[in-house]
Design a protein around this ligand. Structure first.
Ligand code: F6P
Length: 366
């Protein structure tokens, strides 16, 4: 029998445990041995005694509905820039060769890497460094991984954001306020768009459509004239105004990004209050969108991805990322995925639907 390793990297997404369970069972059924690597690749690179976990039936029992990941994950565990203690704190070092050596020394034949675009790029680079075989599984609540119709975690995040919008309606209307809700999505507005429509928002701001403050203010005034004295705005964290009025950048290191999180909603609320004379509040949904168990749809998608990953290994399809395409699971080359972001197409049916319902994206003509 062969021996495989599973790792989960990057920000967590509901459904990770379902992937681990299905991939493990799929491999065990074929008589293979399965191990989990702790905290991204840390379990292989740091000399911790419990860096690798044997995954047997007992270990993956009853976990499909649980959030988080039983393996843990790592945000800054890129083996090519691995944080290593230096003279003045942590410095990034290339530990990819150590990783490949350790992987082979442990007798692993293949890796299942569950992660976002960053993890897919790393997986691709590790193959070039000599890792024998890698199957990637696309994960992100943001839904911005290229070459797959969907990622697991997205449906859960949209559901949570939609429920928040439903709840915010009553308090916002009671106070006749403007409420600006910030959802995740640094590079793509999938969550903002889908939750915004489902949750009956009046305006949706997303990175794909730079907005003008005045266009949103105008929409709020129009609602007032129709007797709707409150308005709800959803903003993706990566949304920005036209002409750089407000630029939210992806600030590489974790601390600065935390500082940036929360920037958009607050700024938009202040600006709209000033322009409309109405009271405005803002809130950041933040990591609530990633917490807790997956929806049934995400659980199912994650199980399908996990089973497909094990199937690809058994059928010797070579390396690649499992992807959902027109409800079929396919294997796409990692180099096709690496370094790309899937943003919302402006002519997508969801955007058209929103416009037809009179939702404002902030790009409407003055
Ligand atoms: O990439 C997923 C994501 O949810 C982004 O939308 C968000 O900017 C980021 O993770 C925040 O995650 P963390 O605080 O864990 O770095």
């Amino acid at each position: 029998g062969r021996k495989i390793a599973i790792s989960t990297g990057g920000g967590d997404a509901p459904g990770l445990n379902a992937v681990i369970r299905a991939a493990t069972l799929g491999a065990l059924e074929r008589g293979w041995e399965v191990w989990g690597i702790r905290q991204g690749y840390r379990g292989l690179l740091d000399d911790a005694p419990d860096g690798l976990i044997r995954l047997d039936r007992e270990r993956v029992r009853g976990i499909a509905h649980l959030g988080g990941t039983i393996l843990g994950t790592a945000n800054r565990g890129d083996p090519f820039h691995y944080p290593t203690p230096g003279e003045h704190g942590l410095v990034p070092r290339d530990r990819s060769e150590d990783l490949v050596r350790r992987f082979r020394a442990e007798g692993f034949d293949a890796l299942i890497s569950v992660g976002g675009d960053g993890s897919m790029r790393i997986a691709h680079q590790l193959l070039q460094r000599g890792l024998p075989l890698v199957i990637g599984v696309p994960k992100t609540i943001d839904n911005d991984v290229c070459c797959t119709d969907l990622t697991f975690g997205f449906d859960t995040a949209v559901s949570i954001a939609t429920e928040a919008l439903d709840r915010l309606h009553t308090t916002t209307e009671a106070h006749e306020r403007i409420m600006v809700v910030e959802v995740m999505g640094r590079h793509a507005g999938w969550i903002a768009l889908n939750a915004g429509i489902a949750g009956g928002a009046d305006a949706i701001l997303m990175p794909e459509i730079p907005f003008r403050f005045e266009a949103i203010a105008e929409k709020i005034r129009l609602r007032e004239s129709r007797g709707r004295r409150f308005s709800i705005v959803v903003a993706a964290e990566g949304a920005h105004a036209q002409g750089g009025e407000l630029i939210i950048k992806d600030a590489g290191d974790a601390f600065r990004r935390t500082a940036v999180l929360g920037g958009v909603a607050e700024r938009v609320a202040k600006e709209l209050a000033a322009r409309t004379g109405k009271e405005a509040r803002s809130m950041v949904l933040g990591h609530l969108q990633r917490g807790g168990g997956p929806t049934t749809a995400d659980r199912l998608l994650a199980l399908r991805f996990g089973a497909a990953a094990a199937r690809c290994l058994v059928e010797d399809c070579g390396s690649g990322m499992v992807a959902l395409r027109a409800n079929r699971i396919e294997l796409v080359p990692l180099e096709e995925v690496a370094g790309k972001t899937k943003t919302v197409p402006l002519d997508s049916d969801t955007v058209v639907t929103a416009r037809e319902m009179g939702l404002c994206f902030g790009d409407e003509a003055p």
